[in-house]
Write a protein that binds this ligand. Structure first.
Ligand code: BES
Ligand code: MN
Ligand code: ZN
Length: 444
Protein backbone atom coordinates (compact mmCIF):
# COMPACT_ATOMS: atom_id res chain seq x y z
CA UNK A 1 0.00 0.00 0.00
CA UNK A 2 2.85 2.35 0.82
CA UNK A 3 4.24 1.66 -2.63
CA UNK A 4 0.91 2.12 -4.32
CA UNK A 5 0.40 5.41 -2.51
CA UNK A 6 3.91 6.47 -3.57
CA UNK A 7 4.84 7.51 -0.06
CA UNK A 8 8.38 8.54 0.74
CA UNK A 9 8.05 8.84 4.51
CA UNK A 10 9.12 12.45 4.73
CA UNK A 11 7.97 14.18 7.92
CA UNK A 12 4.33 15.24 7.80
CA UNK A 13 3.54 13.30 4.62
CA UNK A 14 0.16 11.56 4.71
CA UNK A 15 -1.41 8.85 2.58
CA UNK A 16 -4.88 7.47 3.13
CA UNK A 17 -6.46 4.15 2.30
CA UNK A 18 -9.36 2.11 3.63
CA UNK A 19 -9.15 -0.75 6.10
CA UNK A 20 -11.37 -2.70 8.45
CA UNK A 21 -11.53 -2.46 12.22
CA UNK A 22 -14.22 -3.79 14.53
CA UNK A 23 -16.22 -4.98 11.53
CA UNK A 24 -16.37 -1.48 10.06
CA UNK A 25 -14.68 0.28 7.18
CA UNK A 26 -12.22 2.81 8.59
CA UNK A 27 -9.85 5.32 7.10
CA UNK A 28 -6.22 4.26 7.51
CA UNK A 29 -3.61 6.98 7.28
CA UNK A 30 0.11 6.46 6.88
CA UNK A 31 2.09 9.25 8.49
CA UNK A 32 5.63 10.06 7.40
CA UNK A 33 7.91 10.45 10.41
CA UNK A 34 11.18 11.05 8.56
CA UNK A 35 14.23 10.13 10.58
CA UNK A 36 12.31 10.04 13.86
CA UNK A 37 13.99 13.14 15.28
CA UNK A 38 12.01 15.40 17.55
CA UNK A 39 11.22 17.90 14.84
CA UNK A 40 10.16 15.17 12.39
CA UNK A 41 7.80 13.64 14.94
CA UNK A 42 6.32 17.04 15.73
CA UNK A 43 5.57 17.49 12.01
CA UNK A 44 4.06 14.03 11.76
CA UNK A 45 1.90 14.67 14.78
CA UNK A 46 0.82 18.05 13.43
CA UNK A 47 -0.31 16.48 10.15
CA UNK A 48 -2.47 14.06 12.10
CA UNK A 49 -3.73 16.80 14.40
CA UNK A 50 -5.07 18.70 11.37
CA UNK A 51 -6.70 15.62 9.82
CA UNK A 52 -8.24 14.59 13.11
CA UNK A 53 -10.00 17.90 13.77
CA UNK A 54 -13.61 17.06 14.41
CA UNK A 55 -12.85 13.33 14.19
CA UNK A 56 -11.73 10.47 16.36
CA UNK A 57 -8.42 8.80 15.61
CA UNK A 58 -6.17 6.11 16.99
CA UNK A 59 -2.48 6.68 16.32
CA UNK A 60 -0.13 3.72 16.47
CA UNK A 61 3.32 5.01 17.20
CA UNK A 62 6.38 2.94 16.39
CA UNK A 63 8.71 5.29 18.27
CA UNK A 64 9.09 4.40 21.91
CA UNK A 65 11.34 6.97 23.56
CA UNK A 66 9.35 9.19 25.95
CA UNK A 67 10.81 12.26 24.23
CA UNK A 68 9.52 10.97 20.88
CA UNK A 69 6.08 10.30 22.31
CA UNK A 70 6.04 13.80 23.79
CA UNK A 71 7.11 15.34 20.48
CA UNK A 72 4.44 13.49 18.53
CA UNK A 73 1.72 14.38 21.03
CA UNK A 74 2.83 18.02 21.03
CA UNK A 75 2.56 18.03 17.25
CA UNK A 76 -0.94 16.53 17.32
CA UNK A 77 -2.17 19.13 19.78
CA UNK A 78 -0.47 22.16 18.20
CA UNK A 79 -1.29 21.23 14.60
CA UNK A 80 -4.91 20.68 15.61
CA UNK A 81 -5.14 24.16 17.13
CA UNK A 82 -7.76 26.46 15.73
CA UNK A 83 -8.69 29.91 16.96
CA UNK A 84 -12.30 30.29 17.83
CA UNK A 85 -13.88 33.56 18.85
CA UNK A 86 -15.74 33.06 22.09
CA UNK A 87 -19.40 32.46 21.26
CA UNK A 88 -18.89 32.15 17.50
CA UNK A 89 -20.04 29.16 15.37
CA UNK A 90 -18.97 26.33 17.61
CA UNK A 91 -20.62 23.50 15.70
CA UNK A 92 -18.47 23.18 12.59
CA UNK A 93 -15.26 23.13 14.60
CA UNK A 94 -15.64 20.35 17.08
CA UNK A 95 -12.19 19.49 18.44
CA UNK A 96 -10.88 16.09 17.52
CA UNK A 97 -9.74 13.31 19.76
CA UNK A 98 -6.58 11.30 19.17
CA UNK A 99 -5.72 8.24 21.23
CA UNK A 100 -2.11 7.13 21.18
CA UNK A 101 -1.09 3.49 21.16
CA UNK A 102 2.60 2.89 21.76
CA UNK A 103 3.02 -0.90 21.44
CA UNK A 104 6.56 -0.85 22.84
CA UNK A 105 5.33 0.80 26.00
CA UNK A 106 1.97 -0.92 26.36
CA UNK A 107 1.75 -2.88 29.58
CA UNK A 108 4.75 -1.29 31.29
CA UNK A 109 2.89 0.77 33.84
CA UNK A 110 5.91 2.61 35.22
CA UNK A 111 7.56 3.83 32.03
CA UNK A 112 4.21 4.24 30.29
CA UNK A 113 3.41 6.85 27.70
CA UNK A 114 1.18 8.76 30.10
CA UNK A 115 3.88 11.03 31.49
CA UNK A 116 5.21 12.41 28.20
CA UNK A 117 1.65 12.84 26.93
CA UNK A 118 0.68 14.77 30.03
CA UNK A 119 3.71 17.02 29.58
CA UNK A 120 2.80 17.54 25.95
CA UNK A 121 -0.74 18.44 26.97
CA UNK A 122 0.47 20.98 29.51
CA UNK A 123 2.88 22.59 27.06
CA UNK A 124 0.37 22.61 24.20
CA UNK A 125 -2.34 24.10 26.41
CA UNK A 126 0.02 26.95 27.25
CA UNK A 127 0.87 27.52 23.58
CA UNK A 128 -2.84 27.48 22.72
CA UNK A 129 -3.50 30.09 25.41
CA UNK A 130 -0.79 32.35 23.98
CA UNK A 131 -2.24 31.90 20.48
CA UNK A 132 -5.78 32.57 21.66
CA UNK A 133 -4.81 35.77 23.47
CA UNK A 134 -2.83 36.97 20.47
CA UNK A 135 -5.43 36.07 17.84
CA UNK A 136 -8.22 37.85 19.76
CA UNK A 137 -9.31 41.05 17.98
CA UNK A 138 -8.34 44.29 19.68
CA UNK A 139 -11.97 45.42 19.92
CA UNK A 140 -12.25 42.80 22.65
CA UNK A 141 -8.63 42.85 23.79
CA UNK A 142 -8.10 45.96 25.91
CA UNK A 143 -5.25 46.14 28.44
CA UNK A 144 -7.85 45.52 31.14
CA UNK A 145 -9.15 42.45 29.31
CA UNK A 146 -5.61 41.12 29.05
CA UNK A 147 -5.18 41.54 32.80
CA UNK A 148 -8.43 39.65 33.43
CA UNK A 149 -7.30 36.82 31.16
CA UNK A 150 -3.96 36.65 32.98
CA UNK A 151 -5.75 36.47 36.31
CA UNK A 152 -8.08 33.75 35.04
CA UNK A 153 -5.29 31.66 33.54
CA UNK A 154 -2.78 32.00 36.36
CA UNK A 155 -4.47 32.49 39.71
CA UNK A 156 -5.49 28.84 40.05
CA UNK A 157 -1.99 27.74 39.12
CA UNK A 158 0.19 28.80 42.02
CA UNK A 159 0.59 32.35 40.75
CA UNK A 160 -0.34 35.57 42.54
CA UNK A 161 -1.47 38.46 40.39
CA UNK A 162 -1.00 42.20 40.88
CA UNK A 163 -2.16 44.86 38.46
CA UNK A 164 -1.66 48.62 38.40
CA UNK A 165 -4.41 51.11 37.61
CA UNK A 166 -3.39 54.20 35.59
CA UNK A 167 -3.39 56.23 38.83
CA UNK A 168 -1.12 53.68 40.48
CA UNK A 169 1.16 53.68 37.44
CA UNK A 170 1.42 57.45 37.76
CA UNK A 171 2.12 57.31 41.49
CA UNK A 172 4.94 54.81 40.92
CA UNK A 173 6.47 56.70 37.99
CA UNK A 174 5.77 54.34 35.08
CA UNK A 175 6.04 57.17 32.55
CA UNK A 176 6.61 54.94 29.52
CA UNK A 177 3.52 52.78 29.96
CA UNK A 178 1.43 55.88 30.74
CA UNK A 179 2.66 57.86 27.72
CA UNK A 180 2.00 55.01 25.28
CA UNK A 181 -1.43 54.37 26.79
CA UNK A 182 -2.44 58.01 27.00
CA UNK A 183 -4.11 58.18 23.59
CA UNK A 184 -6.51 55.33 24.24
CA UNK A 185 -9.89 55.48 25.94
CA UNK A 186 -8.92 52.16 27.54
CA UNK A 187 -6.21 52.78 30.10
CA UNK A 188 -2.88 50.95 30.35
CA UNK A 189 -1.84 48.56 33.08
CA UNK A 190 1.14 46.63 34.33
CA UNK A 191 0.48 43.00 35.18
CA UNK A 192 2.78 41.23 37.64
CA UNK A 193 2.52 37.46 37.90
CA UNK A 194 4.51 35.85 40.71
CA UNK A 195 5.25 32.15 40.87
CA UNK A 196 6.98 30.74 43.94
CA UNK A 197 7.74 27.02 43.71
CA UNK A 198 6.30 25.10 46.67
CA UNK A 199 9.60 23.57 47.80
CA UNK A 200 11.96 26.55 47.75
CA UNK A 201 13.35 28.35 44.73
CA UNK A 202 16.38 27.53 42.67
CA UNK A 203 17.03 31.07 41.42
CA UNK A 204 14.76 33.89 40.29
CA UNK A 205 13.95 34.74 36.67
CA UNK A 206 11.91 37.71 35.48
CA UNK A 207 10.09 37.42 32.15
CA UNK A 208 8.92 40.68 30.58
CA UNK A 209 6.40 40.76 27.74
CA UNK A 210 5.37 43.56 25.40
CA UNK A 211 1.61 43.87 25.82
CA UNK A 212 0.51 46.39 23.20
CA UNK A 213 -3.08 45.27 22.67
CA UNK A 214 -3.26 47.29 19.46
CA UNK A 215 -0.53 49.28 17.75
CA UNK A 216 -1.94 51.93 15.44
CA UNK A 217 1.39 53.75 15.62
CA UNK A 218 -0.22 56.55 17.62
CA UNK A 219 0.15 60.05 16.17
CA UNK A 220 2.98 58.60 14.03
CA UNK A 221 0.14 56.64 12.47
CA UNK A 222 0.85 53.45 10.54
CA UNK A 223 -0.53 53.05 7.03
CA UNK A 224 -3.52 50.71 6.98
CA UNK A 225 -1.50 47.79 5.58
CA UNK A 226 0.87 47.96 8.50
CA UNK A 227 -1.94 48.13 11.04
CA UNK A 228 -3.97 45.07 10.10
CA UNK A 229 -1.81 42.59 12.00
CA UNK A 230 -1.29 44.82 15.01
CA UNK A 231 -3.74 43.05 17.25
CA UNK A 232 -0.82 40.62 17.63
CA UNK A 233 1.48 43.24 19.15
CA UNK A 234 1.02 41.68 22.59
CA UNK A 235 2.36 38.29 21.47
CA UNK A 236 5.31 38.61 23.86
CA UNK A 237 3.00 39.41 26.77
CA UNK A 238 0.69 36.57 25.79
CA UNK A 239 3.62 34.16 25.84
CA UNK A 240 4.64 35.35 29.30
CA UNK A 241 1.09 34.86 30.63
CA UNK A 242 0.99 31.38 29.09
CA UNK A 243 4.35 30.37 30.55
CA UNK A 244 3.36 31.52 34.05
CA UNK A 245 0.09 29.58 33.78
CA UNK A 246 1.98 26.33 33.13
CA UNK A 247 4.80 26.43 35.71
CA UNK A 248 3.04 24.76 38.62
CA UNK A 249 1.61 21.97 36.49
CA UNK A 250 5.07 21.21 35.13
CA UNK A 251 6.72 21.35 38.54
CA UNK A 252 9.17 24.15 37.76
CA UNK A 253 11.54 24.79 40.67
CA UNK A 254 12.60 28.34 39.90
CA UNK A 255 10.96 31.47 41.19
CA UNK A 256 9.53 33.20 38.12
CA UNK A 257 7.99 36.66 37.87
CA UNK A 258 6.11 37.67 34.74
CA UNK A 259 5.63 41.34 33.90
CA UNK A 260 3.30 42.33 31.09
CA UNK A 261 3.38 46.01 30.17
CA UNK A 262 -0.03 46.49 28.58
CA UNK A 263 -1.26 49.53 26.67
CA UNK A 264 -3.16 50.41 23.52
CA UNK A 265 -1.19 52.74 21.21
CA UNK A 266 -3.76 55.14 19.75
CA UNK A 267 -3.84 58.66 18.28
CA UNK A 268 -6.14 61.16 19.99
CA UNK A 269 -6.23 64.54 21.67
CA UNK A 270 -4.65 63.02 24.74
CA UNK A 271 -2.01 61.00 22.93
CA UNK A 272 1.73 61.46 23.50
CA UNK A 273 3.58 63.29 20.75
CA UNK A 274 6.82 63.31 18.82
CA UNK A 275 9.00 65.84 20.61
CA UNK A 276 7.65 65.03 24.07
CA UNK A 277 10.09 64.16 26.83
CA UNK A 278 8.87 61.42 29.15
CA UNK A 279 10.28 60.04 32.39
CA UNK A 280 10.67 56.29 32.60
CA UNK A 281 10.41 54.27 35.82
CA UNK A 282 13.55 55.06 37.80
CA UNK A 283 13.84 58.65 36.59
CA UNK A 284 15.60 58.54 33.23
CA UNK A 285 14.19 60.97 30.65
CA UNK A 286 13.52 59.94 27.05
CA UNK A 287 12.99 62.13 24.00
CA UNK A 288 10.12 60.83 21.87
CA UNK A 289 10.82 60.95 18.15
CA UNK A 290 8.25 58.50 16.79
CA UNK A 291 5.18 57.33 18.70
CA UNK A 292 5.24 54.09 16.69
CA UNK A 293 8.37 53.01 18.58
CA UNK A 294 6.16 52.42 21.62
CA UNK A 295 7.17 48.90 22.58
CA UNK A 296 10.58 49.83 23.92
CA UNK A 297 9.03 52.53 26.13
CA UNK A 298 6.68 50.16 27.95
CA UNK A 299 9.40 47.51 28.18
CA UNK A 300 11.92 50.01 29.59
CA UNK A 301 9.56 50.74 32.49
CA UNK A 302 9.07 47.05 33.22
CA UNK A 303 12.78 46.15 32.96
CA UNK A 304 13.77 49.09 35.10
CA UNK A 305 11.16 48.14 37.73
CA UNK A 306 12.33 44.51 37.68
CA UNK A 307 15.99 45.42 38.07
CA UNK A 308 15.33 47.88 40.92
CA UNK A 309 12.57 46.15 42.87
CA UNK A 310 12.80 42.43 42.09
CA UNK A 311 16.56 42.03 41.63
CA UNK A 312 16.34 38.70 39.79
CA UNK A 313 19.27 36.56 38.71
CA UNK A 314 18.26 36.89 35.06
CA UNK A 315 15.77 38.85 32.97
CA UNK A 316 14.37 37.85 29.58
CA UNK A 317 11.99 40.00 27.55
CA UNK A 318 9.88 38.99 24.57
CA UNK A 319 8.55 41.58 22.18
CA UNK A 320 7.19 42.06 18.68
CA UNK A 321 9.53 45.01 18.61
CA UNK A 322 10.69 45.89 15.11
CA UNK A 323 9.75 45.42 11.48
CA UNK A 324 13.51 45.43 10.85
CA UNK A 325 13.98 42.02 12.46
CA UNK A 326 11.58 40.49 9.94
CA UNK A 327 13.77 41.79 7.14
CA UNK A 328 16.87 40.36 8.82
CA UNK A 329 15.61 36.95 9.95
CA UNK A 330 12.20 36.37 8.39
CA UNK A 331 9.81 34.23 10.38
CA UNK A 332 11.98 31.17 11.00
CA UNK A 333 14.12 32.59 13.82
CA UNK A 334 13.60 35.16 16.54
CA UNK A 335 16.45 37.54 17.25
CA UNK A 336 18.31 36.98 20.50
CA UNK A 337 20.29 39.76 22.17
CA UNK A 338 22.05 39.07 25.43
CA UNK A 339 24.45 40.76 27.83
CA UNK A 340 25.51 37.38 29.18
CA UNK A 341 27.01 34.53 27.13
CA UNK A 342 25.88 31.78 29.47
CA UNK A 343 22.28 32.99 29.36
CA UNK A 344 22.51 33.31 25.57
CA UNK A 345 23.87 29.78 25.25
CA UNK A 346 21.14 28.33 27.45
CA UNK A 347 18.40 30.08 25.48
CA UNK A 348 19.88 29.04 22.12
CA UNK A 349 19.99 25.43 23.34
CA UNK A 350 16.40 25.60 24.60
CA UNK A 351 15.42 27.00 21.22
CA UNK A 352 16.96 24.08 19.36
CA UNK A 353 15.47 21.54 21.76
CA UNK A 354 11.97 23.02 21.54
CA UNK A 355 11.91 23.79 17.82
CA UNK A 356 11.60 27.54 18.44
CA UNK A 357 14.85 28.75 16.95
CA UNK A 358 16.82 31.82 17.93
CA UNK A 359 19.62 33.62 16.14
CA UNK A 360 22.02 35.68 18.20
CA UNK A 361 22.48 39.28 17.16
CA UNK A 362 25.09 41.77 18.34
CA UNK A 363 24.54 44.52 20.91
CA UNK A 364 26.95 46.59 18.82
CA UNK A 365 28.05 49.64 20.83
CA UNK A 366 28.87 51.37 17.54
CA UNK A 367 25.24 52.48 17.26
CA UNK A 368 24.67 53.61 20.83
CA UNK A 369 25.50 57.25 20.04
CA UNK A 370 22.63 57.30 17.54
CA UNK A 371 20.38 57.48 20.62
CA UNK A 372 22.06 60.56 22.09
CA UNK A 373 19.55 63.33 22.70
CA UNK A 374 20.01 67.11 23.07
CA UNK A 375 17.02 67.45 25.42
CA UNK A 376 16.80 64.19 27.40
CA UNK A 377 19.03 61.44 28.81
CA UNK A 378 18.41 59.39 25.71
CA UNK A 379 16.22 59.20 22.61
CA UNK A 380 14.25 56.03 21.88
CA UNK A 381 14.95 55.84 18.15
CA UNK A 382 17.81 56.90 15.94
CA UNK A 383 17.83 60.24 14.15
CA UNK A 384 20.38 58.95 11.70
CA UNK A 385 19.69 57.20 8.43
CA UNK A 386 20.77 53.59 7.93
CA UNK A 387 20.94 52.53 11.56
CA UNK A 388 19.96 48.89 12.20
CA UNK A 389 16.47 49.03 13.68
CA UNK A 390 16.38 45.84 15.71
CA UNK A 391 19.89 46.38 17.16
CA UNK A 392 19.19 50.00 18.10
CA UNK A 393 15.97 48.96 19.85
CA UNK A 394 17.92 46.36 21.83
CA UNK A 395 20.58 48.94 22.75
CA UNK A 396 17.82 51.21 24.07
CA UNK A 397 16.40 48.42 26.24
CA UNK A 398 19.84 47.53 27.60
CA UNK A 399 20.00 50.97 29.24
CA UNK A 400 17.24 49.90 31.61
CA UNK A 401 18.52 46.50 32.72
CA UNK A 402 20.64 47.70 35.66
CA UNK A 403 23.60 45.60 34.54
CA UNK A 404 21.78 42.33 35.31
CA UNK A 405 22.16 39.33 32.99
CA UNK A 406 19.49 40.07 30.41
CA UNK A 407 18.28 38.68 27.12
CA UNK A 408 15.88 40.22 24.62
CA UNK A 409 13.92 38.24 22.05
CA UNK A 410 12.62 40.27 19.12
CA UNK A 411 9.75 38.05 17.94
CA UNK A 412 8.16 40.40 15.39
CA UNK A 413 8.88 37.80 12.68
CA UNK A 414 8.51 34.48 14.49
CA UNK A 415 5.41 35.52 16.40
CA UNK A 416 3.14 35.16 13.38
CA UNK A 417 2.78 32.56 10.64
CA UNK A 418 1.46 33.46 7.18
CA UNK A 419 0.05 29.95 6.70
CA UNK A 420 -0.25 26.59 8.44
CA UNK A 421 3.18 24.95 8.54
CA UNK A 422 4.02 21.92 10.66
CA UNK A 423 2.93 22.58 14.22
CA UNK A 424 2.39 26.27 13.46
CA UNK A 425 -1.05 27.49 12.51
CA UNK A 426 -1.83 30.60 10.50
CA UNK A 427 -1.80 33.69 12.69
CA UNK A 428 -0.26 33.76 16.14
CA UNK A 429 2.36 31.06 16.74
CA UNK A 430 2.71 31.36 20.51
CA UNK A 431 6.43 31.72 19.93
CA UNK A 432 8.52 31.59 23.07
CA UNK A 433 6.25 29.43 25.20
CA UNK A 434 7.90 26.11 24.37
CA UNK A 435 11.35 27.65 24.39
CA UNK A 436 10.93 29.28 27.80
CA UNK A 437 9.28 26.25 29.40
CA UNK A 438 12.14 24.16 28.12
CA UNK A 439 14.69 26.65 29.45
CA UNK A 440 13.00 26.85 32.84
CA UNK A 441 13.46 23.12 33.08
CA UNK A 442 9.91 22.12 32.52
CA UNK A 443 9.41 20.67 29.09
CA UNK A 444 11.52 17.56 29.69
N1 BES B 1 4.86 46.55 16.67
C1 BES B 1 5.77 47.18 15.78
C2 BES B 1 6.76 46.21 15.16
C3 BES B 1 6.19 45.20 14.21
C4 BES B 1 6.12 45.49 12.86
C5 BES B 1 5.78 43.97 14.66
C6 BES B 1 5.61 44.55 11.99
C7 BES B 1 5.26 43.02 13.79
C8 BES B 1 5.18 43.32 12.45
C9 BES B 1 6.56 48.25 16.53
O1 BES B 1 5.89 48.88 17.56
C10 BES B 1 6.92 49.30 15.53
O2 BES B 1 6.03 49.93 15.04
N2 BES B 1 8.20 49.47 15.28
C11 BES B 1 8.67 50.45 14.37
C12 BES B 1 9.84 51.18 14.99
C13 BES B 1 10.27 52.39 14.23
C14 BES B 1 9.21 53.46 14.32
C15 BES B 1 11.58 52.88 14.82
C16 BES B 1 9.08 49.74 13.08
O3 BES B 1 9.65 48.66 13.16
O4 BES B 1 8.80 50.26 12.02
MN1 MN C 1 4.72 50.53 16.88
ZN1 ZN D 1 4.40 47.81 18.43
Amino acid sequence: MIDALQLTGKPGETGATVGRAGGRQVRVIFLGAGDGTRQALVRAGAALGRLARGHRALAVLASQQPAQVQAFAEGVLLGGYKFKLAGAGAKADRPGRVDLLVPELAGSAESGAGQPVRRAQAVAAAVALARDLTNTPSGIKSPQWLAQQAEQACSGNGVTVRTWTPAELAADGFGGILAVGSGSARGPTLIELSYHPPAGADGHVVLVGKGITFDSGGLSLKPNEGMIAMKTDMAGGGAVIAVLSALAGLGVRKRVTGLIAAAENMPSGSAYRPGDVITQFGGRTVEILNTDAEGRLVLADALSYAAARLQPDQMVDLATLTGAVRVALGTSHAALYATDDELAGALLAAGLASGERLWRMPLADDYRQALDSPVADIAHVSREAMTPGSIVAALFLREFTGGLPWAHLDIAGAGRAASDDGELTKGATGFGVRLLLNWLGAAG
